[in-house]
Design a protein around this ligand. Structure first.
Ligand code: SF4
Ligand code: FE
Length: 488
């Protein structure tokens, strides 16, 4: 099987028997639902892009596993150049879709599991790595979408998994059967779950001795019995169900987050890649988080490109593009966005090979990247809101625009620069609204804050990775003072 086209991908999802609850209604064809369809189109774009002459080189790589050309969204990084290309691919996809295209989580999970299973086998004489190689080789050949499932509900944050009133608040092995295990629990915030073929389940945090049931990493198909999918709401999402999609903002693409419940789900042995080795749960989480923190230096930059473009366009439509304060703000937006890109490229170019052979990003720089992502998109969105003006929050609806009685008033009074069409001006305002306070803000803002861990998690990693004692030694040596100063 070669690289799938977008149509082949969409067809392949139809063969999966998946039921989901979307806005209170059970559906066995979630892809046809108005809330889900735009997110599916965004994933389909990652297939199209691998065939488009403009982007195919960026979207393709040769796999060391199956020795064939694969979609880069399934590639195990073999060099720093691969890591850099990943960032360029993500910026491109973000800029072309203006939203989260959902396919990176499985990519980041695969790279983390590949190296962690290798290290675990070496220490514990387990056999996870070869299993994972076989599994992932199949994913590459079939060109599948894999959801990376990490975030457990976690219940009372002051209690460890075993001390929770309900042990399922951290996904766990509930029972052992011949040939596999039964898992129970839930994963929240699952990006692109209903647009995936497979799920890679990982522990949510470091585990300690005694917490073996919660140190589980495994894979299951999305249509495995015992799974329940509950679709996440996004701001203004029901606009996608309106007959006229004018008010949606992003008319084609959108993101997707799903709450997923695992109710006594059987996982066969050959799909288990960590099972009770608590000393590797934290390693896996840390490696996955670093890859995903790198990812945001690509995808959020691409969406930032769209927001900056829309903001410059609305300034021109308003006849305000030459005002010095507007120029300053646009340059500031570009500066912030490119700073994020610099971070994504830096942690990639400073990557290093793992003992398993695939490449890991520089942990310190990946965390710096993500910490900036928790702030800069918010500032970019603030500047976009400033330049766009108050209409962003007050503009009449498409229904009113199409009303024969009041529509003409809207067209008359929302006209600005004569060089532009009033309807186009309204469309641009809706796109800015989508990204700053609408459905697109889930991916561009909330996810920038919490995706791949909240800012506090990055600060902890930055503190750990910074080699502070080395810096103290350098300052002390420059001044010829003893490094270990007596406490006074
Ligand atoms: Fe990919 Fe970005 Fe979406 Fe994560 S938020 S899946 S990195 S596009
Ligand atoms: Fe994410």
């Amino acid at each position: 099987m070669g690289l799938k086209t977008a149509d082949q991908y969409l067809d392949s999802l139809k063969t999966l028997k998946v039921e989901a609850h979307v806005l209170g209604i059970k559906t066995d064809e979630p892809g046809r639902h108005g809330l889900v369809a735009p997110s599916r189109q965004a994933v389909a774009f990652t297939y199209d892009a691998a065939h488009n002459p403009e982007s195919r080189e960026t979207l393709r790589a040769v796999s060391h596993l199956c020795k064939d050309e694969v979609n880069r969204f399934t590639h195990l990084h073999q060099s720093t150049e691969d890591l850099v290309k990943k960032i360029k691919m993500q910026r491109y996809c973000g800029a072309m879709t203006g939203c989260c295209f959902q396919r990176c989580v499985g990519l980041d999970a695969a790279n983390a599991i590949y190296s962690t299973s290798f290290d675990c086998d070496r220490k514990h004489e387990t056999h996870f790595h070869d299993r994972f190689r076989d599994y992932w080789s199949w994913i590459q050949k079939e060109d599948l979408v894999v959801d990376g499932a990490m975030t457990d509900p976690k219940g009372d944050r002051s209690r460890r998994p075993a001390d929770q009133l309900d042990p399922d608040l951290f996904l766990r092995v509930k029972e052992r059967k011949s040939g596999g295990v039964v898992i129970s629990g839930a994963k929240l915030h699952q990006t692109g779950m209903l647009n995936s073929h497979e799920i890679l389940i990982m522990p949510t945090m470091s585990m300690r001795p005694g917490e073996e049931p919660w140190a589980i990493c495994c894979a299951i198909p999305v249509d495995t019995s015992g799974l329940r999918y509950i679709y996440g709401r996004q701001a203004s999402d029901t606009r996608k169900l309106e007959r006229d999609t004018f008010d949606v903002g992003n008319p084609i693409f959108g993101g997707q987050e799903v709450m997923t419940v695992f109710e006594d789900v059987f996982v066969p042995e050959e799909r288990i890649f960590l099972d009770g080795q608590v000393d590797f749960a934290g390693t896996l989480v840390e490696r996955f988080a670093s890859y995903h923190r790198q990812s945001y230096g690509g995808c959020k930059v691409g969406v930032g490109d769209v927001l900056i473009g829309a903001t410059e366009l609305i300034a021109r439509m308003n006849g305000a593009e030459k005002a010095s304060h507007v120029r300053e703000k646009i340059v500031e937006m570009i500066h912030l966005n490119e700073t994020l890109y610099c971070c994504g490229l830096a942690c990639s170019s400073q990557g290093y090979p793992t003992p398993a052979g695939n490449f890991q990003v520089d942990l310190l720089l990946a965390n710096v990247c993500k910490l900036n992502v928790t702030r800069f998109p918010y500032e970019i969105a603030r500047l976009a809101t400033d330049i766009a003006g108050g209409l962003l929050g007050t503009m009449p609806s498409a229904v009113d625009l199409n009303d024969p009685e009041i529509g003409p008033y809207i067209r008359k009074y929302l006209a600005a620069s004569p060089d532009y069409n009033v309807l186009d001006r309204m469309k641009v305002l809706r796109l800015i609204e989508n990204l700053t306070i609408g459905a697109g803000a889930v991916g561009y803002l909330v996810e920038s804050m919490h995706g791949a861990g909240p800012p506090a998690a990055q600060r902890i990693m930055i503190g750990r990775q910074a080699e502070l004692d080395g810096k103290v030694a350098r300052a002390a040596s420059l001044l010829s003072i003893p490094e270990e100063l007596p406490s006074s």
